[in-house]
Ligand binder design. Structure first.
Ligand code: MG
Ligand code: MG
Length: 262
């Protein structure tokens, strides 16, 4: 049984610092999206991410986390999350999930996107659309006074009504001075589940949606999570703050620059 949640409340000033961390991640994901092409090694993606983190004096949050060896998680097709960058080259027709975490002035930012490479075909196009929509549906529920389960339920409903499934083994999380804080943020569940959201809570919402069954397992590298049936999986994530009137997405590009989530 889990111990009761200890959910940290951030001040307005702290949330502004977290916006700096989040917007750095957004900028790096944009750079990756623009650079990615067939033939690019996943280690090249990692280098691009790491160079851009270090260039502004931030630290890669993932590198060294429980021994993870890289600054980005790069997960292709049936790889759900936590793919370790290496010599594998991105191919035309693949979907590439890139998850980036940074620490800037002591505050974490965490965001992920799944990037189509070349002609990915009908099923993967729909999978990306639905996973991004599921994230939007979850974010749309965020507001002080609402139970966390409303977010989970909205994401699950969005994915399953489109014929896809929600990964059960991995969830979103609170975030702040630590990468993983309370509460856990499942992408499935009932509206009556979880704590009541309060102004100043900051959470990372991150649906992982599979084209086939929700079963996953870890590869022998100890990190990479893959679908059990070999079908593709997509992952989108934003760091968001709970406000009195709704939600403030922190992992966006600065105002005036086009973002991939409304
Ligand atoms: Mg992440
Ligand atoms: Mg996360």
């Amino acid at each position: 049984m889990r111990k009761p949640d200890m959910i940290n409340i951030k001040t307005t000033a702290e949330i502004e610092l977290m916006r700096e961390s989040g917007s750095l991640v957004a900028r790096i994901l944009k750079i990756v999206r623009e650079a990615i092409k067939p033939g690019m090694a996943t280690s090249d993606i990692d280098k691009l991410v790491e160079d851009n983190i270090l260039a502004v004096g931030a630290k890669p949050a993932f590198k060294g986390y429980r021994g993870f060896p890289a600054s980005a998680c790069v997960s292709i097709d049936d790889e759900v999350v936590h793919g370790i960058p290496g010599t594998r080259k991105v191919q035309d027709g693949e979907i590439v999930s890139v998850d980036v975490g940074v620490i800037l002035d002591g505050w974490y930012g965490d965001s992920a996107t799944t990037i189509p490479v070349g002609d990915i075909g009908e099923e993967k196009i729909r999978l990306l659309e639905v996973t991004e929509k599921a994230l939007r549906c979850g974010i749309a529920k965020v507001r002080a006074g609402v139970r966390l389960g409303e977010i989970s339920f909205a994401i699950q409903q969005c994915a399953e009504s489109s014929g896809f499934s929600v990964v059960r083994d991995l969830v979103g999380h609170g975030i702040g001075r630590q990468m993983h804080e309370d509460p856990q943020v499942p992408n499935f569940g009932d509206v009556a589940d979880g704590p009541i959201l309060k102004t100043g809570m900051v959470i990372a919402i991150e649906p992982m949606i599979n084209a086939g069954s929700f079963d996953v397992h870890s590869k022998s590298d100890g990190w990479t999570v893959v679908t059990a049936d070999g079908k593709p999986s997509a992952h989108f994530e934003h760091t968001v703050a709970v406000t009195e009137s709704g939600v403030d997405i922190l992992s966006l590009l600065p105002a005036g620059q086009p973002n991939n989530v409304c």
